[in-house]
Design a protein around this ligand. Structure first.
Ligand code: ADP
Ligand code: MG
Length: 398
């Protein structure tokens, strides 16, 4: 059977290595990095390769510059932060390909590194263009991919380089696969999935994938409103996908037991969305027509948490309320605590997928250690957990 080829499978010493990372980090208006998690997660691979004497050439994209130079999307802030994390400055070039880049990469000594400019300044990156790939490939001898967050895209720096150079996975991609792959096989039961977030559309692939496999499917967040409406209840002014009511009914009909899918029994409502909003707890069949459902109620949280406490495997995607505002964070915080407790008390294996989920739980004060695995790839983990192949990772199996 083909196995994931990793950086342990070759000797990096003296080799010019083109390393793809995902340094697509959020920045504020002034260009300050507001969350460096993605850079931190690439450190094990970068440190390992440098220690082994590689001549390291780091590539990443940032934002959506659409194939043109965009001054606001240069990678200088990322290079600076990487330098701070490594404790030595990181040289960054203003181009990704070309004569100057060739010269600079040629001059790298063993154990030295430099960073190229945003790969998406070139249209060839997203077009997976043969000429762009060729010019990149000329810079190095080996391709290492550790950009899990872009592995669902067939771009020049994911699948393209792997088609012309020997290609290996970095430690981050390896860790993501080690955590996500078992969920696609036969995860230890009881297996519980928590779905929240905004839209059914984003989660339907995952729901379909796991409905035959998970013992419990707990549904909260904006997503639950569509199910609640499908059951014929008033949802007032809540976020609700009126055109997805039939889809919600179909999902409910697919349940493998009457207790498999757990919807909110009560909810927190408000009439305005703000940090000072007055809230009320109401039963699910008592939402007033002028109110919005914005969080899970205490009974719901209790029911969810009782199930979580009995679970051996937990997959969570999507916050359970409008967590951008403090009055609507209770459900997500309390359920996160139950997931963290399940790890501590029973060694339950928990995986968090989805960009917002991971970010919200950090904001609420939870840490990496509270969970089994926090995926770094929002779209990539969603696609993988929906049963799709990730092109950037497929090419690393041999
Ligand atoms: P992820 O990125 O983890 O997959 P999503 O993007 O699907 O998560 O969902 C996150 C969004 O869902 C957040 O912006 C959150 O405010 C929103 N949300 C959750 N519950 C509600 C609700 N009851 N009403 C409106 N929005 C909600
Ligand atoms: Mg999201």
């Amino acid at each position: 059977m083909p196995t994931l080829q990793t950086i342990r499978d070759f000797n990096p010493e003296g080799k010019k290595i083109l390393l793809r990372v995902d340094f697509n980090v959020p920045q504020d208006e002034q260009g300050n990095i507001t969350d460096d998690n993605r850079i931190v997660k690439a450190l094990p691979t970068i440190k390992y390769l440098l220690e082994k004497g590689a001549r390291l050439i780091i590539m990443s994209h940032l934002g959506r510059p659409d194939g043109q130079v965009n001054e606001k999307m240069r990678l200088d802030p990322a290079a600076k932060r990487l330098g701070e994390l490594l404790g030595k400055p990181v040289k960054k070039l203003n181009e990704t390909i070309g004569e100057n880049v060739q010269k600079e990469t040629e001059a790298l000594a063993n154990g030295e590194m430099l960073m190229l400019e945003n790969t998406r300044f070139y249209p060839g990156e997203e077009a997976n263009d043969a000429e762009f790939i060729k010019q990149l490939a000329e810079l190095g001898e080996v391709f290492v991919n550790d950009g899990f967050g872009v592995s669902h895209r067939a771009h020049a720096t994911s699948t393209g380089l792997a088609s012309v150079l020997p290609a290996y996975a970095g430690f981050l991609i390896e860790a993501e696969m080690n955590a996500l792959q078992p969920l696609m096989g036969e995860p230890k039961q009881p297996f519980t999935i928590i779905f929240g977030g905004a839209k059914i559309k984003d989660k339907i692939g995952m729901i379909d994938q796991f409905i035959s496999k998970a013992q419990n499917i707990l549904i909260g967040g904006g997503l639950a409103n569509t199910f609640i409406a499908a059951l014929g209840h008033e949802v007032g002014q809540s976020l609700c996908e009126k055109d997805k009511l039939d889809l919600a009914k179909e999902i409910l009909a697919k349940a493998t037991s009457p207790s498999q899918i757990v919807l909110p029994a009560d909810v927190i409502i408000a009439r305005e969305i703000s940090n000072t909003a007055a809230t009320e707890v109401v039963a699910i069949d008592a939402v007033p027509a002028d109110a919005k459902i914005l969080d899970a109620g205490p009974q719901t949280v209790e029911a969810f948490n009782a199930i979580i406490a009995q679970s051996a495997t937990i997959l969570w995607n999507g916050p359970l309320g409008l967590t951008e505002f403090t009055p609507f964070q209770h459900g997500t915080r309390n359920v996160a605590q139950a997931v963290a407790d399940a790890k501590k008390a029973n060694n339950a294996f928990s995986v968090l997928g989805g960009g917002d989920t991971a970010e919200v739980l950090k904001t609420l004060g939870f840490h990496d250690e509270d969970f089994g695995h926090i995926s770094t790839g929002g779209g990539a983990s969603l696609e993988f957990l929906s049963g799709k192949k990730l092109p950037g990772i497929e090419v690393l199996y041999r």
